[in-house]
Structures are given as C-alpha cells and as structure tokens.
Design a binder for this molecule. Structure first.
Ligand code: FE2
Length: 205
C-alpha cells in the first residue's frame, strides 16, 4: 500500500459489517409466524445447537408459507443493501436462504458463543422481546488484537472486543456468518422469540 508523505490518512483494514434495520409495516406478518411457531413448539422437541435451556426449532421454516414475507424481505435486503455495500457480483451468484429457524428462550435461557459454518451471511429477526430478554453480543474475531490492550480514555469502535445489540421487536440484523456471537440469558419473564437464518450463494447458470 503506497503512502503520500504530504497527506495523513488512516486506513480501516479488515472491517466487519453488521447491518441493522427496523422493518417498517412488517408486523402484520408477525401473528402468522407466531402461531406457526407456538404450534411447532408444542409438538417438536427441537434441535440442540447453541441453545442452553432454550428451544431451537427445525431449520426449514423458510419453506412454510407464514415465513415467505420474511424470506422475501431478507433476500431483498441482501440484493439492495449488502450487495451494494460489498460490491457483490450479482451476475454470477444469487443469494438465498439456506436455513431458517426459531429460537424461543424462556427465562434464563441463552445461547453460547458460536459461528454459523457453511454459510456466507447470517441474521436474526426479533418477533417478541422485552427489556432484559438478552442482548446479542458480537465478539471481535481477531484474537491477536487482545495481545496488547492500551488504556482507552473513551469507548470507540477500536476499544471494544464485544459489542452488544439490543433485541428490539421488528429489528432485523445481518452479519457475516464467521462473526462469533452469543445471546445473554433472558432475565425477563416473557418468552424471547427470534427467527434466525443462514444465507448461501448459488451460481447463476
Ligand atoms: Fe447464531
């Protein structure tokens, strides 16, 4: 990388994007998804993944009609926002949801630190949350930055190894699947219900 002696410039190397969006006018679709999830919760033991005490549904929810609006919303977000930000080549590869599942965390349930293998982008949509129902925490994946930690006078994006996001109803978050994350215990009394998903690229033939 060349430098110009007459100009000071700071490069931001290896940035890690996290996209957050509050979906407008989308809550009309929540009831159908909630009804499907509650019914499934009663009849399916669920899967064991990062969930501790919580219920992880089977992972093909995007094939159910109640989830089609969310699937479309997410795939449009990839095409209109992420593909533009990252300059993805949409002529040769299309991005589609590979798996979609629900996490239902009752009181004290949480999700331990994990990544989403075999996927490019991952995300979550919050259906039902309350204050203290458990933040989603992203962890700096660069282990080497922990080797030297100076004293910071003020918190900035350079000083945080862990960045929390509050789960707000209607909030959609997307992030690279390799970004480690965990979910804090639900300290509220209401169930915390979220829908997670993984996205892969498929060649356009
Ligand atoms: Fe996750």
């Amino acid at each position: 990388m060349s430098s110009d002696e007459n100009q000071l410039k700071r490069y931001e190397l290896f940035p890690t994007p996290v996209w957050a969006s509050q979906l407008e006018n989308f809550s009309v679709h929540n009831q159908a998804m909630l009804e499907y999830i509650i019914q499934l919760y009663k009849n399916d033991p669920g899967l064991k993944r990062s969930n501790v005490l919580g219920w992880h549904s089977p992972d093909q929810l995007h094939n159910e009609p109640a989830f089609t609006p969310l699937q479309k919303q997410i795939e449009e977000f990839i095409e209109n926002v992420i593909a533009q930000d990252l300059q993805l080549d949409l002529k040769t590869e299309k991005y589609r949801i590979k798996t979609m599942w629900c996490i239902l965390n009752s009181q004290f349930a949480h999700n331990h630190l994990h990544r989403h293998p075999d996927s490019l982008f991952s995300g979550v949509y919050y259906l039902q949350t309350s204050p203290n129902s458990g933040n989603l925490n992203f962890h700096d994946p660069r282990a080497d930055v922990r080797m030297l930690r100076p004293r910071f006078a003020k918190d900035t994006s350079f000083s945080n190894f862990i960045v929390p996001f509050e789960p707000l109803p209607g909030r959609l978050l997307l992030f690279p699947s390799w970004l480690p994350h965990n979910v804090d215990p639900n300290l509220g009394e209401q169930k915390r219900i979220s829908i997670s998903f993984d996205i892969k690229g498929y060649p356009i033939t």
